[in-house]
Structure formats: C-alpha cells, structure tokens
Design a protein. Structure first.
Length: 208
C-alpha cells in the first residue's frame, strides 16, 4: 500500500471500513481503487494474482485476498460514463448500501463520505444509498447476510426492494453465493424464510 501510494492515488473502500466503524476486528478481504494501475504493475507482479472478468485484479498476500481496481474499470465509472471522473465523489455516492458510502484516501489519510453513511452510524440500519447495481441478486443475499451477522435493522426502502425484486425473479442463489463467498451460506429455503422474517419485523421503523 505504501509503495503504491508513492506513485498513484490509492483508495480503500467497502467492508474493512464498515467493520472499522462498527468496532469489528475482522477483514475477509480488502478492496482498493487506484487512479492509474499501470504505475503499480511492478508492485502487483511481486504477488500471486489473477485478473477477473471485469478487468480488476485479485491478489493474494498470505491469507488475505485483495481486490484491486483501476477507476476506469469500476462499474460506477462505466454506468455513469463519466469523463471528468472524480473518484472521491463517485464511490460514496454510487454504493448500493449506505454502510459502503465511504472511502478512505490512503495518500491523504482522510475519510470521504456522505450523509447516508452518517445515518447508518447513527441508526445502525441497513439501507439503500444508490439503487442502480449490476447484481441485485447479490444485494439481496448481502442484505440477509449483513443484517443477521451485524444485527442491523433493515429500512423500509430496502424491504420494498426485497419484496419487489425477490418475488419477481427466478435466480440461482447457490451459484451466486459460491461465486462471491466461495460457499453457500443459505439454502434456497433458508433465503425464503429469512426474507419473510425480515419483511415482518421492525415494521415501526421509518426512514429518516
């Protein structure tokens, strides 16, 4: 990280930051975005890695998995077709979940976030921050996974997404879980039961 930051802007995002603010000492993997990956190919080549189907790098250092992206290969960049792309503004405002609406600028040692992330810290409630997403099936699975693991409430907006989406699709949830988690966390029947439970509980909660 130090070597990469010497030659390009390096940003940390996703789960490790969420866990930091929740006081959880756990990192399943790390997610980085850099402005120019060509400046750090010499560093990447020192480690075991492979390129994924979306153009990013999967790097393994000891037992830690690292996902590395160049800004132009991120989904938000392609979706919004931005030319004058300002990464520090885009990532917090193009994350599906509110707990991901934050990045850490490693070079400047600075967190950059939006109001959705502040509401998450205040309410400990899982919510949708930015609805466009290339993988709604995984968003649905992650809602069940994160709300259960971290004991988070689910907002009415996110419940509506689940209700509108789940009952209209015929998805292969086991394959989606294997691809993302490396294993099946919930059977199809468990998913159905957990969704029904989420939709029935915490009805009094209203979005702020």
């Amino acid at each position: 990280m130090e070597n990469a930051a010497n030659v390009t802007d390096l940003y940390i995002f996703s789960g490790v930051i969420r866990n930091f603010f929740l006081g959880i000492d756990e990192a399943r993997d790390l997610d980085f975005v850099v402005e120019d990956v060509s400046k750090i190919t010499r560093i990447i080549n020192k480690y075991q890695f492979r390129k994924n189907s979306f153009g990013g790098y999967k790097i393994v250092i000891n037992d830690l998995n690292i996902d590395l992206w160049e800004v132009k290969d991120t989904w938000a960049f392609e979706y919004q077709n931005q030319i004058n792309y300002q990464l520090y503004k885009a990532i917090p405002n193009t994350s599906f979940f509110n707990f991901s609406s934050i990045i850490y600028h490693f070079n400047k040692k600075k967190f950059i976030f939006n109001d959705d992330f502040l509401r998450f810290l205040r309410d400990k409630c899982l919510d949708i921050s930015y609805s466009p997403n290339p993988n709604y099936e995984l968003c649905l699975i992650n809602t069940l996974y994160y709300s259960e693991k971290y004991e988070l409430r689910v907002s009415s907006k996110l419940k509506k997404f689940i209700k509108d989406y789940y009952y209209q699709i015929d998805s292969n949830f086991p394959d989606i879980q294997r691809k993302h988690f490396g294993k099946v966390l919930f059977s199809t029947e468990e998913i159905k039961n957990k969704i029904e439970l989420v939709l029935q509980t915490d009805k009094a909660y209203k979005d702020d």
